[in-house]
Design a protein around this ligand. Structure first.
Ligand SMILES: [Zn+2]
Ligand SMILES: [Zn+2]
Length: 424
């Protein structure tokens, strides 16, 4: 028997955290942070000491609160080698942005410091896919999740109990990554993300073509195509899309996307085509200094930059310079959280700059370049592996999803705050 205690991402896409107790070992799978709040909110506290922490992938909602654990519990952190480097980058950046945004306002500061980030990096033990490792009597194996470079499906085996935790995953190829591993060991319990349990994605090829068309149209009109992107995964995917469609204008990259692209390109073996990113990068210039920004926007060009939700990062000074230019465009390529600058802009046409809401006259459009599987693929995955129990987490409609699965004969649950401890 294993006890599962859900600590976050219950009935929402937020701070992931699952505490697993075999009776002998205690393993924590993910410990993220919810960026819809300031400071980003951690999952519920961990019930006790853990023997191992698993970092399924380097997204803030999965690793953002790991440094808090380092204050009391210096256990090893397991994840892919690229996850180690990307996590260090993300955590340092979150601290920097938090300081810039809130200064020294007590209560709004992130609950960790540089010291705990350093400890997290020091205790990180890189493990590759398909290399089983032991946490005392429990075997743990990572499989490729196809979501971002280094994302892992985590397979846990303790005696006869076999669990698969998906983290975030994708069962469809992207330009950057191959779809998740399909050759998985048999598991009885599945803990699955459900981000898109209620909808399918639009046709990816069409989204790519539409994006390329807007970019081409913008530069041919003498404007700047400003592409906001998440740093990890998405920025590299966009480079490959632009490379495929051949854009006749300079392409720049700015913000954390630069460092993240450099890290991802060092781990070529993670990529679907190990050389494709290198090739696409030949036509890309990194914005080296802040003052370069005012110069490059004078000519037609494409700029891929963070942050993906328009909350901080170089995207903000670019919007400040370009918001009145009707020939320029602002392309959002990711999910926009409630209250984020991107969501506000899409809903009101206005964007907050220096505490004033300014009208954005640029052409604004959101594209779906999701790295999560859609509704149809979620059902296909579950039906193909037919686990005895399914836990639905990391989605806004987990209870509806669990109910649909129950109607199909699965023993499915959607953990919520007052019903979140289960035996499997
Ligand atoms: Zn993710
Ligand atoms: Zn996530």
């Amino acid at each position: 028997m294993i006890q599962l205690e859900f600590l976050g991402a219950m009935a929402s896409v937020g701070a992931s955290g699952i505490y697993l107790d075999t009776g002998a070992e205690k393993i924590l799978m993910d410990y993220g942070a919810d960026v819809e709040e300031t400071p980003a909110r951690p999952p519920l506290p961990v019930p006790g000491k853990v023997d191992a922490i698993i970092a399924t992938h380097a997204h803030f909602d999965h690793v953002g609160s790991i440094p808090i654990l380092m204050q009391k519990n210096l256990s090893p952190i397991f994840g892919l080698p690229v996850t180690k480097e990307l996590t260090e980058m993300l955590l340092k950046d979150s601290l920097k942005i938090n300081k810039q945004e809130i200064g020294d306002i007590e209560g709004a500061k992130l609950p960790f410091t540089e010291k705990e980030i350093h400890l997290a990096v020091k205790h990180f033990e890189p493990i590759n896919y398909r290399k089983t490792f032991k946490v005392h009597s429990t075997d743990v194996t990572f499989f490729d999740a196809g979501h971002i470079p280094g994302s892992a499906l985590t397979f846990i085996q303790n005696r006869d109990t076999k669990i698969l935790y998906t983290g975030d995953y994708n069962t469809v190829d992207s330009r950057l990554l191959s779809k998740c591993d399909e050759d998985l060991p048999k598991f009885d319990t599945l803990i699955t993300e459900s981000t898109y349990s209620d909808r399918d994605h639009p046709d990816r090829k069409k989204s790519e073509k539409d994006l390329a068309e807007v970019v081409k149209h913008t530069v041919s009109n003498g404007g700047v195509a400003l592409v906001s992107s998440f740093a990890v995964g998405r920025a590299q995917e966009l480079l490959l899309v632009l490379d495929k469609f051949g854009i006749d204008a300079p392409i720049y990259m700015d913000g954390m996307a630069k460092k993240s692209t450099t890290i991802v390109n060092k781990h070529k073996n993670m990529l679907r085509d190990p050389e494709a990113l290198e090739t696409a990068l030949k036509d890309v210039k990194f914005v080296a200094k802040d003052k370069m920004r005012a110069r490059i926007v004078k000519e037609p060009c494409v700029i891929i930059t963070t942050s993906g939700m328009l909350d901080g990062g170089p995207i903000v000074p670019y919007i400040e310079m370009l918001h009145n230019d009707e020939n320029s465009s602002l392309l959002l390529t990711g999910w926009q959280a409630k209250g984020s600058g991107g969501k506000i802009l899409l809903e009101t046409g206005k964007f907050p700059i220096r505490e004033k809401d300014v009208e954005v006259k640029m052409f604004v459009k959101r594209f779906d370049f999701s790295a999560h599987l859609g509704r149809k693929q979620l059902f296909d995955f579950i039906e193909a592996h037919s686990p005895e129990k399914v836990f639905c987490v990391h989605g806004d409609h987990t209870e509806e999803f669990a109910e649909e699965l129950r109607q199909k004969g699965f023993d499915a649950f959607a953990p919520v705050a007052n019903n979140r401890v289960f035996q499997v």
